[in-house]
Design a protein around this ligand. Structure first.
Ligand code: NAD
Ligand code: UDX
Length: 495
């Protein structure tokens, strides 16, 4: 088949259960890091592997308490059902890191790896401080052999550093095997993704010990993932594949967002363009939805990481290529803001903007790198008043994000300009414009009564659809002036 990728080496194409190598059965797993990845991933492992005891540990007592309560620290469809089914049976949450590591056969390192804020590589490189301290901790407290698994997204060759730390700090007689097992779940669909992954990737050294460790981990996934979806490869390919997957996904969004700018200037409709190009099976329909810009804790961080890696490898053209994906994303947010300003008669001063959505995408309460944070910053700089509503994000998180250094200098000024609302209706009262930042289903015109919103707004009443979730014609019939990403209002001038 033309264009198909064939495995580069024999191991890739060999189903794992034919790796005829003795390997240990895993009965106890420790997961370091009870965050967006560690929590759902290991909850699903416990749910699908009744013979395995899974303990998720974190240094953050409040987070662990929340995992042990009825109010989980993460909003994720289906998560509560999974946790409630196994918590206290074969799934445990604790801050007793030492005991959990000591008892485990296999330890997932699922800690945060944010972009460095200062020092060498600031703004690009991943901060591996948490990975290093978790690795040192494993070395320090382990009294038996462990399989140590990189679950966090890390730069290529991080396993080398982990190996050195473990070898030079471990107790004599303790053997550590390192695997890379990057996580591909997306927030909002994490449980669905984990229960039926496109693939599970396990990277190991191509040595008997490495392959044996990979086979042990593969057996755990085999409790619910078809064997052919569990693929093994070398450690470095596995580490790089995670960065590559995120870079390619984000690149598609920046590509369609770049095209959305052309659509707005020409009268083409970006949704129609996406549909047309996505029907080509070589392109496919996913990740072609134009938006106010991608957010989330991964895309920007991982591309910047790739940029840093490229620069470190003396590949400036490669670095520049990937940097543009992030730059396009920033430009999309600036362009959207400019459209709001120019539509609202070139001034936002004193105007009330009803901002709907603060999470970086629907079905999550996560706000990391959410486009809404940047947009609200820009609107504030134009002296607008913001009335904000999001169905899931906690008020404390919103204030934290809006007052972050780099977003604002004076945190007290934020509260004078931003009001948090309990509903879209409350936000729309007296507003000049509604701005859709997150594609929550409840913001669609099939769920929300836009006539009711229109009635309480200043006129002319504008809607800016940054997510392409609204029926433009329906809203125009009500009387709204509707501005959508990737669509111009040129047809008006043709009529
Ligand atoms: P997170 O910040 O939600 O969770 C990390 C947790 O690790 C925190 O609760 C922190 O307290 C804990 N921690 C840090 N150091 C520790 C230590 N030494 N001992 C015990 N606990 C410790 O981060 P996340 O979103 O879960 O991401 C974790 C990793 O997974 C990152 O590398 C990220 O890039 C990657 N990843 C994230 C996603 C996603 O959608 N969020 C998807 C795939 C991969
Ligand atoms: C991403 C990857 O999809 C996942 O595989 C990886 O493990 C972690 O990073 P996540 O960030 O949770 O997952 O969500 P994703 O669905 O990828 O969306 C990221 C951002 O892109 C969101 O802001 C979303 O709204 C935006 N997006 C997504 C678009 O603007 N258009 C699209 O077509 C798809």
């Amino acid at each position: 088949m033309s264009g198909a990728i064939t495995p580069a080496n024999e191991r890739l194409s060999r189903p794992l259960d034919s790796i005829d190598i003795p390997h240990k059965k895993i009965s106890k797993i420790c997961c370091i890091g009870a965050g967006y990845v560690g929590g759902p991933t290991c909850a699903v492992i416990a749910y699908r592997s009744p013979d395995v005891t899974v303990t998720i540990v974190d240094l953050n007592q409040a987070r662990i308490d929340a995992w042990n309560s009825d109010n989980l620290p993460i909003y994720e469809p289906g998560l509560e059902e999974v946790v409630k089914a196994v918590r206290g049976k074969n799934l445990f949450f604790t801050t007793d890191v030492d005991t959990s590591i000591r008892e485990a056969d296999l330890v997932f390192v699922s800690v945060n790896t944010p972009t460095k804020k200062s020092g060498v590589g600031a703004g690009y490189a991943a901060d591996l401080g948490w990975v290093e301290s978790a690795t040192r901790h494993i070395a320090k407290v382990s009294t038996s052999d462990k399989i140590v698994v990189e679950k966090s997204t890390v730069p290529c060759r991080t396993a080398v550093s982990m190996r050195k730390i473990l070898d030079s700090n471990g107790k004599p007689g303790c053997k550590f095997d390192i695997l890379s097992n990057p996580e591909f779940l997306a927030e909002g669909t994490a449980i669905k993704d984990l229960l039926a992954p496109d693939r599970v990737l396990i990277g190991s050294l191509d040595t008997p010990a490495g392959r044996s460790a990979a086979a042990s981990l593969a057996d755990v996934y085999a409790n619910w993932v078809p064997r052919e979806r569990v693929i093994t490869m070398n450690l470095w390919s596995s580490e790089l594949s995670k960065l590559a997957a995120n870079a390619l996904l984000a690149q598609r969004i920046s590509s369609i967002n770049a095209l959305s700018a052309i659509c707005e200037a020409t009268g083409a409709d970006v949704d129609e363009v996406s549909y047309a190009v996505g029907l080509d099976s070589r392109i496919g329909p996913k990740f072609l939805k134009a938006s106010v810009g991608f957010g989330g804790s991964c895309f920007q961080k991982d591309i910047l990481n790739l940029v840093y890696l490229s620069e470190s490898l003396h590949l400036p053209d490669v670095a520049e290529y990937w940097r543009q994906v992030v730059e396009m994303n920033e430009s999309q947010k600036r362009r959207f803001t400019q459209r709001v300003i120019s539509s609202l008669f070139n001034t936002l001063t004193g105007k009330r903007l009803a901002v709907l959505g603060f999470a970086f995408k629907k079905d999550t309460g996560d706000t990391r790198e959410s486009a809404a944070i940047t947009l609200i910053k820009y609107f504030r700089q134009e002296q607008a008043k913001i009335a904000l509503y999001d169905p899931k994000v906690e008020a404390s998180q919103i204030w934290y994000d809006l007052a972050e250094p780099g977003v604002v200098d004076d945190a007290t000024a934020v509260k004078k300009q931003v009001t948090l609302c309990e509903s879209a209706y409350e936000a729309a009262k007296g507003a000049d414009a509604i701005i859709i930042c997150t594609e929550w289903d409840e913001f669609k015109d099939t769920h929300l009564d836009y006539q009711k919103l229109y009635d309480v707004m200043n006129k002319p009443a504008f809607v800016f659809d940054g997510r392409l979730i609204l029926n433009q014609k329906k809203l125009e019939k009500i009387g709204f002036k509707v501005e959508c990403i990737g669509r111009s209002r040129l047809e008006e001038t043709f009529e």
